[in-house]
Design a protein around this ligand. Sequence first.
Ligand code: X90
Length: 278
Amino acid sequence: MLNDLKIVLDSSADLKALDGADISVAPLKIITANREFIDNDELDVGEMSDFLKGYSGKSSTACPSPGDWISNFDDKKFVFCITITSGLSGSYNSACIAKSDYEQLYPGRRVYVVDTLSVGGEMQLMAEKILELAKEGMEFDDIATAIEEYKKHTGLLFMLESMRNLANNGRVNPIVAKAVGLLGIRIVGKASDKGELEVLEKCRGEKKTLSEIASLMIKMGYSGGKVRLGHSDNDSAAAELKKQIESAFPKADIKTYSCRGLCTFYAEKGGMILGFER
Ligand code: X90
């Protein structure tokens, strides 16, 4: 199984490598009037942010095409696609088309598409789980079943200081977004059961916001498992939150990282996105 296995994530997962697994990334794109950024290894995320800071025109994003997905399948017999929530993007749809094309073209090969109903770190947890089960020798169909079960035991919280790009691209209610920008408040939210953005709290100071996130995690069922914590140019907040979680759960497996292009575009400067087990 392991030798025949490919895990393909779209770039909203913020993953570049996974020890012991053959993974690839299908990039999303960030599009402006005069420049297009492909969210792959070549993208300089800092340079993109600087450009966007000085850019006031229209900007949007685009999900990978079915062809973008298939080109990452690498002729492998067993492929798992891990997509950003179908509630906010067409990526899942593209991956489903890629699956049916690939399976038709190469009888005997199998593709399973996981609609994570989430983004970022929660997607990483699913990739890690697939690898873990494959290493244990589990069969393809059983991994597919197990990952749907695992999905019920993971969650996603985020903190945003601006929702401008989310609102401009119709991914969140513009009235909610405006309040965040105008009042300088931070919002804390979660991925809803349908895989949409749900605002939970509005907070002022960063410190207060971080302890709010920590208590929301526990309320959602976190009890010391894995946390994959991404941030957009906010190393200090990520480190502080990690410290807070560790003080309650000294054995917690927490990794922090910088967001790639797609999440940087939507989470904007200061934003944090964390996936965790519950
Ligand atoms: O297909 C596309 O063009 C991509 C659209 C993606 C839109 C949402 C990205 C969200 C990134 C922001 C906070 C987390 C929200 C989570 C809700 C499930 C991160």
